[in-house]
Design a protein. Structure first.
Length: 202
C-alpha cells in the first residue's frame, strides 16, 4: 500500500511541477528517477530524489520541453489537416506521414529521452543522439514504450479523469523496459569503486 501511494503521489507531484509547462521535461525526468531509484530499488526518499533530480535537470529539461512542444505542434497542425478535406491524395499522404512521424518522435522523447536525462550527464543534442542509438539497438522495446505513451495520451484525451492516475503507474511500468536498455551502455559493476552505490546495475 505504501509503495502504491508513493507511485500515485509522485505522479501527482510531477503533474503539479509541470503546470508551468516549461518544466515538463524536468518533471518527467525527476519522476522516472525517483521511481527507478527509490520505489523500485528502495534507495533514499522518493520525494528527496524527485526534487534533487528536478533541480539538476531543469536547464536541459527546458530545451527538451521546447523540442517536444515543437513536435506536438507539428503533429497537431498535421492532424487538423487530416481530419478536414484533403486538397489531393498526395498532399493527404504527406500530412498523414508527418502526423505519424511527429507523434512517434514526441512519444520517443517522452518515453526515452527524458528518462535518459535523469540518468546521464548529456547535453540536449547528445540526449537526442542517445535516444536514436537506444531505438536502433532495442527497436521493439522503443516501439513498445512509444505506443504506451501514445495510448496514455489518447486515454487522457478521451477520459480526462484518468490523467492524475496515469503518470506514476505508466512511468513505473516503463522502468522494466528502459533499465535493461540503459545498463547495456554502462560498464560492469566491477569497474566502479566499492563505495559507489551502483543501484542502476541491479
Amino acid at each position: 500500500m505504501r509503495r502504491a501511494l508513493e507511485v500515485l503521489g509522485l505522479g501527482l507531484l510531477a503533474l503539479a511541477c509541470s503546470l508551468p509547462l516549461v518544466t515538463l521535461g524536468a518533471s518527467a525526468a525527476a519522476l522516472y528517477y525517483a521511481l527507478a531509484k527509490s520505489v523500485r530499488r528502495g534507495r533514499g526518499s522518493p520525494w528527496r530524489e524527485f526534487f534533487r533530480s528536478f533541480r539538476q535537470n531543469l536547464l536541459p529539461g527546458l530545451g527538451l520541453t521546447a523540442i517536444l512542444a515543437l513536435l506536438l505542434a507539428v503533429a497537431y497542425f498535421s492532424a487538423l489537416y487530416v481530419v478536414n478535406r484533403p486538397l489531393s491524395g498526395l498532399v493527404d499522404v504527406f500530412y498523414c506521414l508527418t502526423l505519424a512521424l511527429a507523434s512517434l518522435a514526441a512519444a520517443l522523447v517522452v518515453s526515452l529521452t527524458l528518462p535518459a536525462l535523469s540518468r546521464f550527464s548529456f547535453k540536449v543534442p547528445q540526449l537526442l543522439g542517445f535516444t536514436l542509438r537506444l531505438a536502433r539497438r532495442f527497436p521493439l522495446r522503443a516501439l513498445a514504450l512509444a505506443l504506451m505513451s501514445l495510448a496514455a495520451a489518447a486515454l487522457c484525451w478521451i477520459f480526462p479523469p484518468a490523467l492524475p492516475l496515469l503518470p506514476g503507474g505508466l512511468c513505473l511500468a516503463s522502468t522494466w523496459l528502459i533499465e535493461p536498455m540503459f545498463r547495456s551502455f554502462m560498464p560492469p559493476r566491477e569497474d566502479f569503486p566499492p563505495e559507489v552505490d551502483t543501484w542502476y546495475l541491479e
